[in-house]
Design a protein around this ligand. Sequence first.
Ligand code: ZN
Length: 86
Amino acid sequence: MAYCDICGNYDDEHTDGEPSMMTGSNYKPILDYYYSAEMLGKDWAKYEDWSDIFPEVYCMCEHCFNAYDRLGKIKWKVNEPSKLSP
Ligand SMILES: [Zn+2]
């Protein structure tokens, strides 16, 4: 499931097919969701684990991820510059 631990946005996987959940204002199926490097596997993530900054956050949506990336909170691995559009 994808559920943003910061703002509460979620996608299809989080609804369990519940129609009522698919009409919520936080239902954002078109966003990308990013998992912490710890969840994803440190070898797969293009960014460093953020657990030192966001210990309670295991998943964040594109909006939050981009916002924190702009603030310099997301540490990209060497030679992996951000490929996200602003
Ligand atoms: Zn979010």
